[in-house]
Design a protein around this ligand. Structure first.
Ligand SMILES: *Cc1c(COP(=O)(O)O)cnc(C)c1O
Length: 403
């Protein structure tokens, strides 16, 4: 590959979706030598796909962890434009950051510790999840202090054993919430839970959790609670377990264009498009001799005279060390495998006898290259971890922004 004007020349000569894919080389990104473009058109299209599967249920776009590494605020805005009516954040601070950036829609936060900023959530019109009596007490104290009635989603542990009230604890939590409703401090607007194995729809725990959830709903409603929304489904539930849909589905990974699990289907099967595309520019291109060891520990050896390219991304940027001799990278017109160990800042690719120059573009994953799911398979992890761990040294550049 040869570029007179550098990599941006590629985008200018290519029409259609690949033009968007080649956009994003801002001056900062060019100078850094790496960019993660975030395709907001793809995000909206993936959300539409999930909404179709949800068959009438509302959609919550889950934007925790900086929108799975894609950038909180641009993704949240695009999700609302794309038809989501709710946004989901794990931490209260994430929910607060959304509001402080001026983002609307309903917002739910679900992972609070004692002393969490419940008052800050209430004054910003953020719904809070309550899994235990201590949290209900803190939320009521925040309601008294702020004069704002709290909108609460009671969480049932139906079998994940993570957050949520167990079936043993549920009746007491429900009746305490009912009392606080009568006092005007809270309004229970949601009843919810989370599935352990929605990515394996025939796993017996799925049906069991659905049944336990139905019992929890029945008990809460018998106690007088009248929730606006019942919700249980993540992406896998949305796409693969219709009985989990209830009134609202919580979609994360599928919105970012990755598969929630092999049993549900590949991203392509599911009609999902990758939102993040990670690209870099070669920092070095040179010939090495047959027998030369490559990268720390010489876990790769050139089998013949060959050209190696240096990619300025390493484990500090979220490239897993487990990608040694395994991670796929599109470089000089073909998909190569990371040669040798992943360093803190860089990895080497073996280009054979193909031509390349310093500054040439490589695609680590995303549109036009290997997928983050391919990286996950190569590294023994899941696509979620691949995208979420891409670090702050990589500029995020939204593309497909609506004017
Ligand atoms: C992260 C999360 C989701 C979204 O899960 P995906 O598998 O990414 O769709 C939904 N609900 C809760 C409670 C979560 O923590």
């Amino acid at each position: 590959m040869r570029h007179t004007e550098g990599v941006s020349a590629v985008g200018e000569t290519t029409a259609g979706p690949s033009a968007a894919q080649h956009a994003g080389w801002t001056p900062e990104a060019r100078a850094r030598g790496a960019v993660a473009t975030v395709d907001l058109d793809a995000l909206r299209s993936n959300l539409a796909r999930c909404a179709e599967a949800a068959d009438g249920a509302q959609v919550m776009a889950v934007v925790k962890a900086d929108a799975y590494g894609h950038g909180l605020v641009p993704c949240a805005r695009a999700a609302l434009e794309g038809g989501a009516t709710w946004l989901g954040a794990a931490l209260p601070t994430e929910a607060i950051a959304l509001r402080d950036a001026g983002v609307g829609g309903r917002v739910l936060t679900w992972l609070a510790v004692p002393g969490a900023p419940f008052a800050g959530c209430l004054t910003r019109d953020v719904d809070v999840s309550v899994s235990a009596l201590w949290a209900l007490e803190e939320v009521c104290a925040a309601a008294r202090a702020t004069g704002v009635r709290a909108r609460v989603h009671l969480k049932a542990d139906t079998g994940l054993s993570r957050n949520g009230a167990t079936p043993d604890e549920w009746p007491a939590l429900v009746s305490a919430a009912r009392v606080m409703e009568a006092e005007g401090l809270v309004e229970v607007v949601g009843l919810w839970s989370h599935l352990a194995s929605a990515d394996a729809p025939t796993h017996p725990s799925v049906a069991r959790q659905l049944d336990v959830f139905d019992e929890a709903l029945g008990l809460a409603e018998a106690a007088g609670l009248r929730p606006e929304v019942r919700h249980l489904a993540n992406s896998a539930g949305t796409l693969g377990v219709p009985r989990s849909h209830h009134d609202l589905v919580r979609v994360g990974i599928a919105m970012y264009g990755l598969s929630p699990g092999a049993d549900i289907g590949t991203a392509r099967d599911l009609g999902l498009r990758p939102v993040m595309t990670l690209r870099a520019r070669l920092a070095s291109v040179k010939r090495i001799r047959a027998g030369a060891g490559v990268s720390y520990g010489h876990e790769y050896t050139a089998s013949r005279d060959t050209t190696v390219g240096l990619v300025p991304l390493g484990y500090a940027d979220g490239i897993p060390r487990a990608a040694a001799n395994a991670g796929p990278i599109l470089a000089a017109g073909a998909v190569r495998t990371v040669a040798g160990r992943v360093c803190m800042d860089q990895v080497v690719v073996d280009l054979g006898d193909d031509e390349a120059e310093p500054g040439d573009e490589v695609v680590v994953f995303g549109a036009g290259g290997p997928s983050a799911d391919d990286w996950a398979a190569a590294c023994g992890t899941i696509g979620y971890e691949i995208v979420t761990r891409i670090g702050p040294r990589v500029p995020r550049v939204p593309v497909g922004v609506t004017p």
